[in-house]
Design a protein around this ligand. Sequence first.
Ligand SMILES: Cc1cc2nc3c(=O)[nH]c(=O)nc-3n(C[C@H](O)[C@H](O)[C@H](O)COP(=O)(O)O)c2cc1C
Ligand code: SF4
Length: 435
Amino acid sequence: METSAAPAITVTAWPGCAPRLLGDEPGRAREDYATYRAHGGYHALVAPDALFDDVERGGLQGRGGAAFPLAVKVRAVRDNGRAGRGAVVVANGEEGEPASIKDRWLLRHRPHLVLDGLRLAAAMVGTHRAHVYVSDPASARSVETALTELEPGALGDITVELWTVDPTYIAGEETALTRFINGGPAKPTDKPPRPFEAGVGGRPTLVSNVETLANLPYLQRHGSAGFRSLGTSLSPGTFLATLTGGGRQSGLYEIPHGLPFTELLALHGISADRVRGALLGGYFAGLLNRGVLDVTLDHETLRGLGSGLGCGAIAVITDDCPVAVAASVLAYFDRENAGQCGSCFNGTAAMAAVTGALRDGAATAGDLARLQRWSVTLRGRGACATLDAATNVAASLLDQFAAEVARHLDNACDACRVDPFRAERPYEVEAVVPA
Ligand SMILES: Cc1cc2nc3c(=O)[nH]c(=O)nc-3n(C[C@H](O)[C@H](O)[C@H](O)COP(=O)(O)O)c2cc1C
Ligand code: SF4
């Protein structure tokens, strides 16, 4: 095992749950092959169909943002692959969300857990073609090393290719990923086709987030009932939550779905009294006001509030003004969109301009009415969901922080007048290991 480096963030599992993803020593620099093997990793898979049944019964949902059931995608890719020229699997570790660190943590610290999951996914869809897609150089180095450590046959007949892309918000979108591996720019394409129909090399392609794949070795060992022993019936299992904001060092926590948000806050060391709200799902799912203190962290609860868990990144808003936070996130989308769709290119710029003016106390009632209209009419208009993320931020600001918005119409709030919150990448997580 390699010596451990002090992490720049807190990494731990909720005390009530034995870690499935973080492993027994979250503080270690990188788990090597021998250590992973000694703990039962790369266990021989004799019956891929039996594992598929466990994935289906276990209800494992994607951890990349949309919480789509993995079994549904596996079945489609497997069947499409059998009907044609075979399938492909890709571990998506690009992690374009600046406020999220979970995928990079897994790749840097537990690369064999991810490769083991990738091997199991490849077996379920019946292919030997596998790829790992990252943008973080430390993750790429870690995976490269892991691949050289493998004993012959550890992955069966699967060959793994590693791809490193320049980091952008959109490079992790699944059609941007397949386009890049196929030799193009890492920018989304129109759908259909989606990768499960035609992706890498035109073959049916399973694109799965690395945290999703990292759950498969546990499912192989403990079955669907073991997997469901934590979490809720609709959001089974544990997940990795990245917590930022609140003036605290960021944290990466493995927690069971359904945990009250206040318990995660307590673990992180932020007093509920200080909380004004939170930004959910990285930058994707928008803002919640102090009502966030009443939620449990599962997909069904957050969707019921018009929000979402997304990739599990939660930024806690304490002293920052929510209007200024929304303005910064929308300015980020204005800069980071792929510039391919007029509605996204122009829409994010317009929403960023209005929220920026609102932060500065310079917006009019007419501006606000336009923002309200755009937050509804621009939804679903882009080739990818970036524009939806921007409309989520705008709509939730207006809905959840109506009093703050109204106050800013008269003039900026005290905080925004004196020293407004401005960040190019709001609540970005600092690096876990030295570069
Ligand atoms: C703009 C945009 C960016 C995305 N970025 C990522 C990303 O960085 N990592 C990721 O796993 N999924 C990302 N996704 C989701 C992927 O398109 C895809 O749904 C996901 O990788 C599938 O994995 P899962 O089913 O395991 O969640 C993004 C989606 C959108 C719309
Ligand atoms: S919706 Fe926006 S980010 Fe997505 S492809 Fe179109 S321009 Fe690019």
